[in-house]
Every structure is written in structure tokens, then in C-alpha cells.
Design a protein around this ligand. Sequence first.
Ligand code: 5AD
Length: 328
Amino acid sequence: MFAKKEIIDILKDNSQNRELFAHADMVRKENVGDAIHLRGLIEFSNICRCSCKYCGLQMANKKLERYRLSPDNIISCAKDAVDAGYKTIVLQSGEDIFYSKNVMCKIISEIKSMDIALTLSIGERSLEDYKEFRDFGADRYLLRIETTDANLYKKMHPNMDFKNRLKCLYNIKNLGYETGCGSLIGLPGQSIESIANDILFFKELDADMIGIGPFIVHPDTPLKDAENGNFTLALKAMAITRIMLKNINIPATTAMETLNPNGRIIALQSGANVIMPNVTTLECRKKYEIYPGKITPDKDIQKHRNCLEEKLKSIGRTISKEHGFRRQ
Ligand code: 5AD
């Protein structure tokens, strides 16, 4: 367990990176083993009411071709993923209110009948919505805090409220969801100290899943002239998170792979134990452009999974056959 000062020192000093990554890899092996959990990610709508400055899906981006999958279409994507062996389905979208509480509950109950774990990642909703989704069988919820620096949060998220984000996260946690959080590394104006605070926040929340990725500049956003986040710094924040939270699930994020062609494998050898392959219908995958150059598989679900399995085998890892809840 590191104190804040130690986290800051580790983040600032690059001379011990190799030892840090090896230590995180060992903690990962001891606490969650060698099997990787694959989560089938369905990005079912890129329509969003938010204006997060870094994100390509923001409402003001008129260049993005928008799409919205029908409930039947979403359910059929899920079925294909389950047939290909996925044990977890993740439903992710922009904050699209077309998917009302009732529409979501119908989708949730259909997918839950397939004997898989279901994760939602659809942004801020009311306590009542979160409660219904849970009652209908949703097991997990992902909602990144993005940054715990309240001032930076305000700058990055016009029209949003940091306090409400926190409230949503604690509502999710209190309803008994496995709770996923996470942050962006390298937002303009972000300090190393605030990254240390992010990690301490994950510990305080006792998050069950943490996704950390570098910020990647999108040309059609207000941050178009900013610089990309740093791959190594994101990797270090992830490694420290593994060492501090031990048995949680940590994805090797797609943003890491976007900045480094071998990024996800490196992440899996530095503390990560999860991959979230895209299982959305091929036509839609390219349109979920949160940031440019996002790695999306161009193969069908089964072929892509087979390729991954080979790659994972080559680093001594297997694919888990379990639902992949947090280990006790
Ligand atoms: N670069 C990297 N990650 C981004 N996200 C959104 N925009 C970007 C970007 N430009 C991340 C956010 C969000 C997740 C789904 O994608 O952290 O929570």
C-alpha cells in the first residue's frame, strides 16, 4: 500500500519502471491468476447529450455519422458473442436518452437469459434507473470518474457536475453492482498529484474494475491542439492501481493499443487481466470514434477471438471460461 507521496514519486521517476511493471505483474498473477477475461463490447449508440471536451462523440461534433442500434439488433449482437464463447457482455453507448429505463430493462432481461454476466456503461442515470437495471439482472456498471481534480473535471465537462458523478458512482456501488471506474491520463492541465489522487480514490471507492487509458487527441474536438497523453505514464498508473487494489479486474485498454502497437500485451504483462474486444456489427465499429485511430477488429467475432487466443498463448496466458467476477 503506497501513501500519496510514494505514488507521486513513482509516477515521476522513470528509473524503476521495469521493477514496477514486474511487481504489478506478480501481484496480478498471485491475486487473479493467468487466465484473461474477455468481455464482449457492444457499442450500441454513438449519440450523446454530453460535451466532454476530449471525446469525439460529443454532441457538437457534426462530422461524426451517428447510429443507434435497435433493441433487437443489440440482442442479436449479444447472442453472436455468446455463441463465440463470451461470458460477459458489455453494453456501452453515448448518453443517449432514446434508451429509456423501460427500453434498457427489456434489453437487459433478454441478454441475461443467455447465462452471461452483463455490464452496463451508459453514463449518468437516476438512482431509480440504476435500481431497475440491477433488478432486471445487470451485474456490473462502468462509470469512469475521468479525473478526481474537481477544477479540471469542470473544465473538461461543461454542463456536468462532479458531485453528481460521485453520487452516481456511490449509488452504483450501494446497489451491489460490481463497480467499474477509471481515469484518463494526460488531459491538458492534469498534474501528477491529481493522478495520484485518482488512484487513491479508486482504493477508497473499493472499485471492482479500473480502466485507465491515455488521452488521445481528437481533431474534431475543442482539444484538437492539445498533446496526446503519455503511454508509459498511463501504464504506470495502471500498474500502481494493480499493486494497491490487488484482486480487481483491470482491462488492457484499447487507448493503450492505439498509442503503442503492442500496448495491450504490454499492459497484460504489467498488471492487466482483461481485454474488451469489440463485438458490435462490423458496419458500426468504425463510427464509435471516441478518439482517432481506435483499434477495432476487422474480423468476425469468432476469428478475432481465435487470433487473440493465439496471441495470449504466446505470452503464457489463457482465456478464462468463467464469468469473471472479482475474486474474493
Ligand atoms: N482519448 C482517450 N480516451 C477517451 N475517452 C473518451 N474520449 C477519449 C479520448 N479522446 C474515454 C473516456 C470514457 C471512455 C469510454 O473513453 O474515459 O469514459
